[in-house]
Design a protein around this ligand. Structure first.
Ligand code: G1P
Length: 297
């Protein structure tokens, strides 16, 4: 086989979901556009990509998701209006959103699951490794999680997913891995070799408490694995199931994250992200923390 590119340049954002957990807020706007403080959820993932050296983002969308495309597009009238008013700070902010990365969009015509959404991006990804970021997860920490996964892939040529330990009573909400130590000196205990994965197991059937957080860097071989994946949990084509095949046939690493992960697809996780990002905000963080302290809850 000719040498395949190892550098990870592309990322896939599955964003076709109906966002039912946030109804009625998501009746007429995509869940990816719900703001956490002053940025829509999906922008956190886009910024993680920019900080990870990703050049192209492929957004897999569905009906009613046009606001995502508009958000990452240029907005000349708005920019012009702000510059005329002398507000170049906000004008730059509007322009910078989509300026660093090239965006493409493709539609998932039927809601057949996360695995199917990734498969829809196959032609746009081509024969190269790529990242997958689930936009309702915000990763915050010293190092962008996608960058760390790209480093593992670029050094080893084997796919890598980010995992985090969760309490046993929450394993039924996540993909859970079965893994053994990788013994790769560079990453120490953080890197494991994935033996198997289970999508949302019952607590007593979970092989560990290491959950798949929603950040993946995968070789293009995963597309063949997805093609062979039958509908699984919930009748959907699960990415987790395709990763079982990938792990068996091509290997797969699991890297423990060092920062904090917010599952903002869930109302409580969304509120925690909002409160913590607001508390760190350079503009009003001090005032917000003082306000929180003053609350008699
Ligand atoms: C998806 C994945 C699951 C993963 C989770 C992370 O599930 O299928 O393996 O652990 O994201 O948030 P969802 O939350 O979309 O149901």
């Amino acid at each position: 086989m000719p040498d395949r590119p190892k550098r990870v340049r592309k990322a896939v954002f599955p964003a076709a979901g109906l966002g039912t957990r946030f109804l009625p807020a998501t009746k007429a706007q995509p869940k990816e556009m719900l703001p956490v403080v002053d940025k829509p959820l999906i922008q956190y993932s886009a910024e993680e990509c920019a900080a990870s050296g990703i050049e192209n983002i492929i957004v897999v969308t569905g009906r009613g998701k046009n606001a995502i495309e508009d958000h990452f597009d240029q907005a000349p009238e708005l920019e012009h209006f702000l510059r005329e008013k002398g507000d170049s700070r906000r004008a730059d902010l509007v322009r910078d959103i989509g300026a660093k990365i090239h965006f493409s969009y493709i539609r998932q015509r039927e809601p057949l699951g996360l695995g199917h959404a990734v498969l829809v991006a196959r032609e746009l990804v081509g024969e190269e490794p790529f990242a997958v970021l689930l936009g309702d997860v915000i990763c915050d920490g010293p190092e962008p999680v996608t960058r760390a996964l790209c480093d593992v892939y670029e050094a080893t040529g084997v796919g890598a997913i980010a995992v985090e330990a969760v309490p046993r009573e929450l394993v039924h909400l996540y993909g859970i891995i079965d893994a053994r130590p990788a013994n790769e000196r560079k990453w120490g205990d953080r890197l494991r070799q994935v033996i198997d994965l289970v999508e949302k197991p019952e607590a007593d059937k979970a092989p560990s408490n290491l959950s798949v957080i929603g950040r993946y860097v995968l070789p293009p071989d995963v597309f063949d694995c997805l093609e062979r994946t039958e509908p699984g949990r919930g009748g959907e084509i699960q990415l987790t199931d395709a990763l079982r095949t990938l792990a068996r046939e091509h290997g797969l690493w699991a890297l423990t994250t060092e920062g904090k992960t917010y599952d903002a697809g869930d109302k409580l996780g969304f509120l925690k992200a909002t409160v913590e990002f607001a508390a760190k905000n350079p503009e009003f963080g001090d005032a917000f923390r003082a306000y929180l302290k003053s609350l008699k809850l």
